[in-house]
Design a binder for this molecule. Structure first.
Ligand code: HEC
Length: 133
C-alpha cells in the first residue's frame, strides 16, 4: 500500500474525474486493465502469480484487505489512483503510464478500480476474466 508521505503529496495534487463512471467507462477501463495491469494486479477471483515474486508486491486490486474488508483501492478517490497510474511509484514496479495511455484511458481504468467493490456487469467481468476455451 502507498506510504503516508506519498499519500499526502497525491492528496494535494489530486484532480476530480473529467467524466462520470458508467458501463461504457467500465468496459473501456476493463479492456485497458486486461492489457496493461492484470498481470501484476490480478483480476476478480484470480491473483497474479507474478506479484508474489515482486518486492514491493503489487497489491491485488480485486481482493478484500484490511480489517474493513476494502476491495483493492475502491476506498480511494479515483483522482488518487489516476495520479498513481499517470506518475507511477518510484522504487517499485509500478510504471508511469503517461504517454502509454491517454488521459481518458487513465481515467477510465481509475474509475473502474473505484468501483471494484460493486457488482459489475457480465460484459465487464468477461473482459477482465475472458472465458477459458
Ligand atoms: C509490472 C507490475 C505492475 C504493472 C504492470 C502495474 N502496476 Fe500498479 N503497482 C505495482 C506495484 C509494485 C505497486 C505497489 C507499489 C508500492 O507499494 O510502493 C502498484 C501500485 C498501484 C496502485 C496503488 C495501490 C494502493 O494500494 O494504493 C494502483 C492504483 C495501481 N498500481 C494501478 C495500476 C494500474 C491501473 C495499472 C495498469 C494501467 C498498473 N497499476 C500496472 C506494479 C504494477
Amino acid at each position: 500500500m502507498v506510504k503516508i508521505p506519498l499519500r499526502a503529496r497525491i492528496g494535494r495534487q489530486m484532480q476530480p474525474p473529467p467524466f462520470l463512471a458508467g458501463e461504457d467507462v467500465f468496459e473501456s477501463g476493463a479492456q485497458i486493465y486486461r492489457e496493461q495491469c492484470y498481470f501484476c494486479h490480478g483480476t476478480p477471483g484470480h491473483d497474479s502469480e507474478y506479484a508474489k515474486r515482486m518486492y514491493p508486491a503489487p497489491p491485488q486490486l480485486w481482493k478484500k484487505h484490511g480489517p474493513r474488508g476494502v476491495v483493492g483501492v475502491s476506498d480511494d478517490d479515483p483522482g488518487f489512483s489516476y495520479w498513481i497510474v499517470a506518475n507511477g511509484i518510484r522504487l517499485s514496479g509500478m510504471p508511469s503510464f503517461k504517454g502509454a495511455l491517454s488521459e481518458t484511458e487513465m481515467w477510465q481504468v481509475s474509475l473502474l478500480l473505484k468501483n471494484a467493490d460493486k457488482d459489475l456487469s457480465d460484459p465487464v467481468k468477461a473482459i477482465l476474466n475472458p472465458p477459458v476455451r
